[in-house]
Write a protein of this length. Sequence first.
Length: 398
Amino acid sequence: MRTAWASWWQRAWVRQPLERAYSSSRNSFGFLRLLFAFAVLVSHTFKLGYGQDDPVGLWSHGQAEIGSLSVTGFFVISGFLITRSGRRTALGRFAWHRVLRILPAFWICLLVTAFVLAPIVALIERGSLSGFWGHPEGPLQYVWHNWFIAIRQYEISGLLLDVPYGRMTGSGAIDGSLWSLVYEMMCYVMVAALAVFGILRRARVAVLAAAAAGLLLAVVDLLRAGPGPHGLAGPVFGIDGLDWHDLIFLTYAFILGAVLDLYRDRIWLSDGLAIVAGLTVVLTLQFGAFGVLGFPAYAYLILWAATRLPGRLQRVGRRNDYSYGFYIYAFPVQQIFALVGVPSWGFIPYLVACTVVTLGLAAASWHVIERPALSFKDWTPPRLAGSTPQPSQQIGAP
């Protein structure tokens, strides 16, 4: 037994550079994205179904919840993958790919929520659509205010105030998960700017400096707030839908992913270091400084998992990626099920019911909207087709 333990311990510290360990055709990012989307649903089950705080939020003294950890994980993965795309793809093609991946499904979600789900909610709550269409915060206003991806209106026609989440927060948000998408798009713009100025190819140290700046801001946040909730908060230049804390920390997570890509030749992966990273995440969540020490450890742990999880998990999401649709539709499904009393069946039945229906909507979003939209990723305007190299001729074009 001692010999076997010593042998495992020795193997655990065998290092491999990330550049060699990672393969774009063999990784578990698809599984991790779907796992994070499901974890957001689990986190919201407490609040939307029962008006209770996420237990991880209580355990971590308000530093993070299951949902926020998952969103942070999304941004680390995006930072890694989008930076790779920014280095390898022409600017116009890069922007086109990002628009196709985010906006069509987002716009359809807004329309479905406003003109299909919200009327159903109104009929359940009020028995009619009287006052629904003409409300100052009605469905038309909901679509218009949120169309450009910064979420400035969460409620529709005063609905969903008498469900657990509404009673808990005073908000009748019908799809509260959409808040993070504007920060994702802002990070895409940042990568595009870095690519235009050649920083991704010739001055990667600038991205490392940006990560150091993020770390410094995390220290400032810790000093202002202590081990509990954040201290850097408030609207960004008075813009509705943007908060300083979210902007700083989600961008920081994205940049950490970018650093892992840009320094993939100097970053070493090992099971032993992953154990240290995992312990760092757990200890900082419990005792404080998660944003300072836990964020980099968490980013490392995600990349390690992407390369080390079992091979069968690498097939998840490779052909059909339901993670985005799952993320954007889970919240309204949970709100509607809470409205009709499904949480009274018990936590697990409520969770399972929401998961099944959300997965169905996610599959529809992928097959009807997302995949058809992505089929246009190599489209070129006719007036440019004769002068622009085809995407297949660009080295490393995704």
